[in-house]
Design a protein around this ligand. Structure first.
Ligand SMILES: *Cc1c(COP(=O)(O)O)cnc(C)c1O
Length: 373
């Protein structure tokens, strides 16, 4: 039997009746686009986070793009972010017409090294886009101070951080706007694509509602260009409403899996061998992925695969080294911490309904493989 890094079917088994009822609710509602379920989800997600506004959109990539555009960022503007992220973060910056500028990450938690941001600011810099990667938050206090000092927009990429907190504050509440993805694998996942942008600011929210709806304020009349069709689907919104009520229990489930890995593997940790995830001080980690590190990563993955254990790498190629981003002009070696990590990290299976016996098999097999290296 092959194990999966992620699998939604055990969850579907458990939640089937509720999820199918969500579909039925929308199909029988008489309104299939931007109806009660999208509005309801927007209100409930805003309330969960404690923000004034939430606008549902079609996916996380467009959530990042529209968040930037709603803050007035466009062609010629520079946006400072990291290369150690899911490529869509950077795709979205370019989608808004802006230019991504990269800083390196910390070797400990793989998150944005905020001390490098100030030196990356130029007269064209308009925004900083921290990515709360793997399920924990970037240190926001220095970025908030810097954004205020240089009049920059602060836009959070929360696609991997639903429910994560820093110093008690939820991811998505610490910037001018924040983008979420509800791609099925995410901590709050739909059964298809979905996304949202949240903000405390009334004007930003108004712009977002126009941007996702062809640039229209009301039907058939465009007030803003370029507009998009980036609506959150009504069925996905109703599914997300149901799943939002269980978000805290999904996070608890992920933390239980993380604890079991720590208990089963913690004694093997060494500075030049296996390294397990490090939670930075002040963070409450939600473990979107469980990223470990070992200098002999590729051999370990091969051997585990031979034992029927599939692993993932998030992410094998730093964005700035991809041919599709060669035009940005980053030479190999320009982001050394990011590049070194990409060659050594791998992700163990992680999802709230991961069966304990499967997890124990992963732990036992990894122990054997490491012992035989
Ligand atoms: C998943 C993800 C996105 C993109 O979300 P989609 O819904 O797949 O478009 C953006 N940023 C990060 C960090 C992600 O993990």
């Amino acid at each position: 039997m092959t194990t999966h890094v992620w699998d939604y079917l055990p969850e579907y088994e458990k939640e089937r009746a509720d999820l199918l009822d969500a579909v039925e609710t929308v199909f029988s509602s008489g309104q299939l686009v931007l109806g009660k379920s999208v509005r309801g989800f927007e209100e409930e997600f805003a309330a969960y986070l404690g923000v004034r506004h939430c606008t549902g959109v079609d996916n996380g990539t467009n959530a990042v793009k529209l968040a930037l555009q709603a803050r007035g960022i466009g062609p010629g503007d520079e946006v400072i972010t990291v290369s150690n992220t899911a490529a869509p973060t950077v795709v979205a910056i370019e989608g808004a017409g802006a230019v991504p500028v990269f800083v390196d990450v910390h070797d400990s938690d793989f998150l944005m090294d905020t001390a490098q941001v100030e030196a990356a600011i130029t007269p064209r810099t308009k925004a900083v886009l921290p990515v709360h990667l793997y399920g924990q938050c970037v240190d926001m206090a220095p970025l908030q101070a810097l954004a205020a000092r240089h009049s920059l927009a602060l836009v959070e990429d929360c696609a991997q951080a639903h429910g994560a907190r820093r110093q008690g504050r939820l991811a998505g509440t610490m910037g001018d706007a924040a983008a979420f993805s509800f791609y099925p694998t995410k901590v709050l996942g739909a059964y298809g694509d979905g996304g949202a942008v949240v903000t405390h600011d009334d004007d930003t929210d108004r712009a977002l509602r126009q941007l996702r709806y062809y640039g229209m304020e009301k039907t058939y009349y465009v007030v803003r260009s370029p507009g998009h069709n980036s609506r959150l689907d009504e069925v996905q919104a109703e599914i997300l409403r149901r799943k939002l009520t269980r978000l805290d229990s999904y996070v608890d489930g992920r933390r239980a899996v993380a604890r079991r890995y720590q208990e089963g593997l913690g004694d093997l940790v060494s500075p030049d061998g296996l390294r397990l995830p490090v939670t930075s001080p002040g963070n409450d980690h939600v473990y979107y992925v469980y990223v470990v590190r070992h200098p002999r990563r590729d051999e370990i993955i091969e051997r585990l695969k031979a034992h029927g254990i599939a692993l993932n790498v998030s992410y094998p190629w730093p964005v700035h080294t991809m041919t599709g981003f060669a035009h940005l002009g980053y030479a190999p070696g320009s982001l050394p911490v990011t590049e070194a990590a990409a060659g050594e990290i791998f992700s163990l299976p992680m999802y709230p309904s991961l069966p304990e016996d499967v997890q124990d098999r992963v732990i036992a097999t990894l122990r054997d493989v490491l012992g035989a290296l």
